[in-house]
Design a protein around this ligand. Structure first.
Ligand SMILES: C=Cc1c2[nH]c(c1C)Cc1[nH]c(c(CCC(=O)O)c1C)Cc1[nH]c(c(C)c1CCC(=O)O)Cc1[nH]c(c(C)c1C=C)C2
Ligand SMILES: C[C@H]1O[C@@H](n2cnc3c(N)ncnc32)[C@H](O)[C@@H]1O
Ligand code: SF4
Length: 451
């Protein structure tokens, strides 16, 4: 309890800070950086370095009340089919812009719900991606899957196109919690989906869970975790529920009185984490778990864990090309985000332009801070020698910030000539520590809570 008081005093329950899936974070992107930057940076890519590709499908048949993802509901396939046509047009534009010979090392389909696509659209989209950016030899293809919105034919179509990793949304298995978040999902349907995925040769399966949901209790989350363990996933993402109804309007349907309080929320996360560790999972970064031997656990052990917009990854590609509405590209010179609203995205592509609408050009200081923040989020330490090796004498610019962090966080951190280490007892504060290195921390943007 005393320890929790220390964490509380340092902002655990009050701080509202970014999740640092990028630095600078998306809310500070500027409308001054758009299509022209995107075209130039894409053209300047080194064709010898494989890239990652992220493709966003902003459609769902159901709109879960808790969800803060960029997506819209649809009961018919026609907007989805026409969106695939727009993605094909965007892919042709990208293909005309990138250097010849560029290869795709990784492909990820996210959403929304990519499995809203029937098999013929899955094949059409996969063909268009491969035609624009041919896959490298040992490429990886992962897909976000809604177990209630998929069948064997869709899974077989994805597998035939090369899917070798899958991530399924679960959130919580308790019926009362599911009712409170507008997302019904029986265990049996989830189980059948997992069996189909395994049958299709998927050897890396992730399950998304969320703690801090309405009506969630310790008993209920323990039961959810036990059920998840029977599915035998290789990886788990355990996100803290971000209640941001001013961003995600559908969250207004969530009964705030049913949300667990600060302490309860903290205990839910600790309990679930302990249960996964007891079952043999390794902790990965701030909110993931992986079985020993899984690529994510290996990446962590070998110091090559990375953080991107999807969370933690073993992806070694430096460049990410984001396609579709709201997708962000990470290019060597900076970030660019496609128009966020689906209609605005479609309009741009139909006008024959790339869809970049906001972005950020990286300065030397940005690259340094991005590197330090990623190291902290992945390894809970900031290695001064590595920063000096990669950024030269400019790395000294962080020394004052690191000294301030050491003073503010006391014995939860150690600062010496080697760099900064955040001790296990302080890891709940990782995002808050990262924000102390954020030179762009925006005013007036209300982030979700840090715990
Ligand atoms: C699958 C859905 C996604 C999640 N995160 C992202 C996606 C595509 C990436 C993302 N999240 C946010 C941005 C900023 C710009 C924007 O388009 O809105 C991006 C690129 C913002 C954001 N996401 C969540 C919140 C609360 C916010 C607002 C600001 C903040 O607190 O950082 C919630 C949220 N989304 C996702 C998760 C896992 C999550 C909370 C745990 C998924
Ligand atoms: C892509 C994943 O993002 C997570 N997700 C979506 N919305 C939220 C939110 N408001 N808070 C926390 N996690 C969320 C879900 O676990 C989903 O499966
Ligand atoms: S959780 Fe998945 S299915 Fe539910 S609204 Fe969000 S993207 Fe759609």
């Amino acid at each position: 309890m005393e320890h929790l008081d220390t964490l509380r005093a340092l902002g655990l329950f009050d701080a509202r800070v970014p999740r640092y899936t990028s630095y600078p974070t998306a809310p500070v992107f500027s409308p001054a950086v758009g299509t022209a930057f995107q075209a130039e940076a894409l053209a300047a890519l080194d064709p010898a370095e494989p890239v990652s590709v992220y493709l966003h499908i902003p459609f769902c048949e159901r709109l879960c009340w808790f969800c803060a993802c960029r997506t819209q509901g649809t009961t018919t396939l026609s907007p989805v089919e026409s969106y695939i046509g727009t993605l094909e047009a965007e892919l042709r534009l990208v293909a005309q812009t990138i250097p010849a010979g560029l290869r795709m090392g990784r492909l990820h389909w996210g959403g929304g719900t990519p499995t809203i696509l029937p098999p013929h659209l899955i094949h059409r989209l996969a063909r268009a991606v491969k035609a624009a950016i041919p896959p490298a030899e040992a490429w990886e293809f992962s897909v976000e899957i809604d177990p209630t919105m998929v069948d064997r034919a869709k899974i077989d179509a994805l597998a035939a196109e090369g899917m070798n990793r899958a991530s399924i949304g679960i959130q919580d298995f308790d019926p009362e919690v599911q009712a409170a978040i507008g997302r019904e999902q029986p265990y049996d349907i989830t189980r059948a989906c997992v069996d189909d995925l395994r049958g299709a040769g998927i050897t890396s399966l992730n399950c998304d869970l969320v703690y801090g949901l309405p009506h969630q209790t310790e008993t209920r989350i323990a039961d959810t975790v036990a059920k998840v363990l029977t599915l035998n996933p290789e990886r788990i993402a355990l996100f803290g529920y971000a209640h941001v109804p001013w961003v995600a309007k559908r969250q207004k349907l969530i009964d705030e009185n049913a949300l667990p309080d600060d302490m309860a929320r903290h205990r839910l996360s600790e309990l679930a984490a302990a249960q996964f560790r007891a079952a043999g999972f390794e902790t990965i970064g701030i909110d993931h778990f992986a079985r020993a031997g899984d690529e994510l656990a290996l990446a962590k052990d070998e110091g090559r864990l990375r953080r991107n917009f999807q969370g933690y990854t073993a992806d070694s590609c430096a460049t990410l090309i984001g396609l579709g509405a709201s997708s962000i590209s990470r290019l060597p010179q900076g970030y660019v985000q496609n128009a966020a609203a689906t209609a605005a995205y479609i309009q741009r592509i139909e006008a024959g332009q790339l869809a970049g609408a906001r972005g950020h050009v990286m300065t030397g200081d940005d690259l340094l801070r991005a590197d330090a923040i990623e190291m902290l989020m992945c390894e809970f330490m900031i290695d001064r020698d590595a920063l000096h090796a990669r950024h030269g004498p400019t790395a000294a610019a962080l020394d004052a910030d690191l000294a301030q962090i050491a003073a503010r966080f006391g014995d939860l951190v150690t600062l010496d000539a080697g760099g900064l280490r955040l001790h296990p007892a302080g890891r709940a504060l990782t995002r808050i520590v990262a924000s102390a290195l954020d030179a762009h921390m925006p005013d007036g943007v209300r982030f979700s809570r840090a715990s």
